[in-house]
Write a new protein. Structure first.
Length: 123
């Protein structure tokens, strides 16, 4: 991916494929045209790489499920379920960021990780 102009794509410390720009594969995560072209080229050059993306997605979903359980147990009972494709949590409205930050610190310390989150307020 790096050789195809996607310098932000790398392996994290757990061997998962991640992008520091928040863009990942078409296998359930958002991706732009240049990213999709690079992914197509790399998939042809490295058969099986798509399985690594899927493995990474499954790990992110499981980690996010544990994070959500921790958040609910520790004071945020309405914490949304993670997306079953990529593990990201999508809030309907902006959460109390002080409470969110406290929960995030607590749950991260105990080994739970959140794949990502966004706020999708109605307009």
């Amino acid at each position: 991916m790096n050789g195809e102009g996607q310098a932000g794509v790398k392996l994290d410390d757990k061997g998962r494929i991640v992008s520091d720009a928040g863009t990942t594969s078409e296998s359930g995560k958002s991706g732009g045209g240049a990213y999709a072209e690079a992914e197509k080229t790399c998939n042809a050059q490295v058969p099986g790489i798509q399985q690594e993306f899927e493995k990474s997605d499954a790990q992110a979903v499981e980690a996010s499920r544990k994070f959500v359980a921790c958040a609910r147990k520790n004071g945020m009972p309405a914490f949304p379920d993670p997306d079953p494709k990529d593990g990201a949590v999508r809030f309907k409205e902006s959460p109390d960021m002080d409470a969110f930050n406290k929960i995030s610190q607590l749950c991260t310390k105990t080994g739970q990780e959140l794949s990502g989150f966004s706020v999708e307020e109605d307009k």
